[in-house]
Design a protein around this ligand. Structure first.
Ligand code: TRP
Length: 356
């Protein structure tokens, strides 16, 4: 995909997001939202502003919310480790701490939902190898992994992600911009399935992505913020850790702080993060720092993060003391997801002439 095409499609996604907001306000019950994360480490402020805050907001607005902990997807580029159960329960704690209500929603781990996984096979038959090879997010992940030993799962996980979304007929997926290619593939799979196996009576919806208003946040090294790149500020970090992490953030030598995202991306990123935390604009916080320089900017940004996340961190500390409760929430979510997936798989088999 060329840069120009990417920009154009991102613009229209933003427009579509705005239309969707209006439709949700009119009739929240028409929406089933699914989103999720890989259990590769602590969720960070990029997730928070990119997708997590949107999930909570949508749930409050009255839509049904499902959250997938993508534990199979986590092994695209690494081996499942003995820490995985702790990381998974940590994610459950993060979700509850930011305000997701497990009584109204469903939090599940996709490895535990067997009929969901089985959808991968028919879905794989609907896409070409070349299509997956062109996926910009997959390409970037391969470049980051920088190895000749790219696993087969690296190529098939976007199709598995389509199963995460379609098994429950989700029609809305709040994600960061990097996930838009996967959303496009999911829509392609839904459309092709419908065309081939139930023409005229679509079985799967073509789900919409929903971008948050927040632009993509960079990590402390100026690259995309990512759990696996060690450049993020985890939601669960202590205030002191947050100060230390932000202190390492890359900036530039110019004393006067101004919001110039093109020319000074690292400074702009800290301003943006601070503005998101405070619910204001990056220009306003830049004016506040003025001639204070990078040191003042970093101190103020760390304070803003700490203030914004204080209540979340308090709840999270209480939740992590209750691993039994976290396990119960997950088990109940796995059960609910499995019931939905069984129904979908049964229908898929019927439509594909695979019921004997
Ligand atoms: N690919 C997403 C990420 O890396 C995680 C994910 C898995 C997901 N399945 C999903 C996101 C379904 C949205 C919908 O963060």
């Amino acid at each position: 995909m060329s840069t120009i095409t990417a920009t154009r499609s991102q613009l229209s996604s933003q427009q579509r997001s705005n239309e969707l907001e209006a439709a949700i306000a009119r009739d929240p019950h028409a929406f089933r939202v699914l989103s999720g994360d890989r259990p590769t480490g602590a969720l960070h402020v990029g997730h928070y502003f990119g997708s997590l805050a949107n999930r909570v907001r949508l749930q409050h607005a009255g839509v049904e919310l499902l959250v997938v902990i993508a534990d199979y997807q986590a092994i695209t580029d690494r081996t499942a480790s003995a820490d995985l159960p702790g990381i998974v329960l940590g994610l459950v704690a993060d979700y509850l701490a930011i305000g997701i209500d497990p009584a109204r929603g469903t939090i599940f781990a996709h490895s535990q939902v067997e009929p969901l996984n089985q959808l991968l096979l028919p879905f794989l038959s609907l896409v070409s190898v070349a299509e997956i090879g062109r996926n910009p997010t997959v390409k970037e992940e391969i470049a980051v992994a920088g190895s000749g030993a790219v696993s087969g799962l690296m190529f098939t996980y976007p199709v598995h992600q389509a199963a995460d979304i379609l098994f429950c007929h989700a029609n809305l997926v709040p994600v960061g911009r990097d996930q838009l290619p996967h959303l496009e593939l999911t829509r392609t799979i839904a459309r092709r399935f419908n065309d081939r196996y139930c023409p005229g009576v679509p079985y799967f919806p073509a789900p919409d992505g929903m971008l948050s208003a927040a632009p993509l946040l960079l990590g402390t090294d100026g690259q995309k913020m990512s759990k696996s790149r060690n450049n993020s500020v985890p939601i669960r970090a202590t205030p002191d850790e947050t100060v230390r992490l932000i202190a390492t953030a890359k900036t530039d030598g110019e004393r006067h702080i101004a919001f110039e995202p093109e020319r000074r991306p690292e400074v702009a990123n800290l301003l943006l993060l601070m503005a998101l935390c405070r619910g204001t604009t990056p220009e306003a916080v830049a004016a506040e720092i003025g001639a204070g320089g990078a040191a003042a900017l970093k101190a103020a940004a760390a304070d803003a993060i700490n203030d914004r996340l204080a209540p979340v961190r308090l709840r999270r500390a209480a939740l992590s003391a209750e691993p039994g409760y976290l396990r119960e929430v997950l088990a109940a979510g796995n059960e609910k997801a499995a019931a939905i997936a069984r129904t979908t798989l049964r229908r898929v088999r019927e439509l594909m002439h695979h019921s004997y």
